[in-house]
Ligand binder design. Sequence first.
Ligand SMILES: C[S@@+](CC[C@H](N)C(=O)[O-])C[C@H]1O[C@@H](n2cnc3c(N)ncnc32)[C@H](O)[C@@H]1O
Length: 236
Amino acid sequence: MFLKYLYQRLASYRFKKIHPIIRLLKKSFGEQDPGEINFNFSTEPTRMQIIQKIIDKKKYNSYLEIGTNTNELFLEIVCEKKIGVDPYSGGNKRMTSDSFFKQNEEKFDCIFIDGLHHYDQVKKDIINSINCLNNNGAILIHDCLPKNISAQSIPRTELVWNGDVWKALVEQRTNENLDCYTILADQGIGLILKRKNRDILKIDTNNFKKLKFSYFYENHKKIMNIFKFEQILRII
Ligand SMILES: C[S@@+](CC[C@H](N)C(=O)[O-])C[C@H]1O[C@@H](n2cnc3c(N)ncnc32)[C@H](O)[C@@H]1O
């Protein structure tokens, strides 16, 4: 009982030194591990190639990146107007995505969401992005395909980490006015287009945060609407 209580308390904090303890407690009291999904990204294009190809194909003029870190992606992207938002490093706006969207009055053609990988934050980033996306624009979301339960664990316990971003994409898959896909590449790249949903997801919940990894493990192909990038290029 005490250990379970301790695990629940620790799981609500975000500090790094405790990771081995959280990992151990998670193993004992967290969700059962269903195993690993064999996503093979190694032969697929990178996020840089995908974003640039979409910008070029659609003749986009403006690019917004949420979460720029070391600028590995931000500096590579070629686009007339570029804004990169990060409270700690990279980009050209030193602030959180919430603060950015609060004061932003501009519209963008392409938005890449790659900030804090927690469902609640990603959901906010998606809604704020929809509100400043040009009609013909595209929202891309990194880290939508975690291969195992540790990779999606909140709080973070692993170096290679996707968080529970996938839940926010699943939620948008139920929206009849947004057309959503996941590109099988580079940790899974969600794609949201402002048009009628061509394959609306029916799901028996409205509490998406509570979805379990075991549900993702069993249903990822259907709920994430996964396609290779070459197929995506034909439908955008
Ligand atoms: C995975 S890294 C981004 C990597 C980068 N987009 C790339 O492709 O190379 C995540 C970044 O999100 C930033 N971040 C964390 N919380 C954020 C927030 N609330 N708003 C914006 N960025 C945030 C972190 O500082 C970190 O640099």
